[in-house]
Write a protein that binds this ligand. Sequence first.
Ligand SMILES: O=C(CO)[C@@H](O)[C@H](O)[C@H](O)[C@H](O)COP(=O)(O)O
Ligand SMILES: [Zn+2]
Length: 189
Amino acid sequence: MNKIQILNELKDHQDTLQKVIDTLSGDIEEACEMITSTIKSGNKVLLAGNGGSAADAQHIAAELSGRFVKDRKPLPGIALTVDTSALTSIANDYGYEHVFSRQVEAFGKPGDLFIGISTSGNSPGILAAFESAKKLELKTLGLSGRDGGKMNGLCQLNVIVPSNITARIQEMHILIGHILCTAVDNLFE
Ligand SMILES: O=C(CO)[C@@H](O)[C@H](O)[C@H](O)[C@H](O)COP(=O)(O)O
Ligand SMILES: [Zn+2]
C-alpha cells in the first residue's frame, strides 16, 4: 500500500461523506426521531447485522446501555448478535436465516425499535428480522447502502448510504449510529 493508494482511500471516504451530507440529512433526522421517540416512550432498541455490521450493532447497543458522551441513565439497547448459544442453536435447528428474527420474536414488543444493518440491504437474516419486527408492530429502521436492496420494501425508513463499497458504507453507518446516540443523549440533562 503506497501513499497514493492510502490517499485514494481517504479521498473516497471524504467523497462518500460529502454525498451523505448532501443527500441524507433529512433521513438521518427522521432516524433520530425514531430512536428518541422509542426511548421517550420507555421502549427498547434491538439491533442486528452481520460481520462488520454485527460489530456496529454491538457498538451502538453499548452506547445505549453503557454511555455515549453524557453521564445519563442506562438505556435499553440490545444487540442480537452476541448470545452465541442462541445464535448457534437457532442456526443449527432452524437455519441461519432465523437467527435474528427468532430473537426479535422472543424480545420485541410493539413500540420497540428494530435497527437492521446491511450494506447490501439483502442479507436474508436481516430481511427475516424486519418481517418479524413488522408483524409484531416494532418500528423498523434500516441502515444500508448500494440501492438499498430488498430492505427498501421491508422497513419504515431505509437510510441508504450512497456508495457501492462495503467499507465506505460501514464507515458512514457508524457515523450515523453516533448521530443517533447524540440525539438520545440530548434527551437528558
Ligand atoms: O466487515 C466486513 C467488510 O468490511 C464484512 O465482515 C461484512 O460485514 C460481511 O461480509 C457481511 O456478511 C456483509 O453483509 P451485508 O452488509 O451485505 O449485510
Ligand atoms: Zn469490515
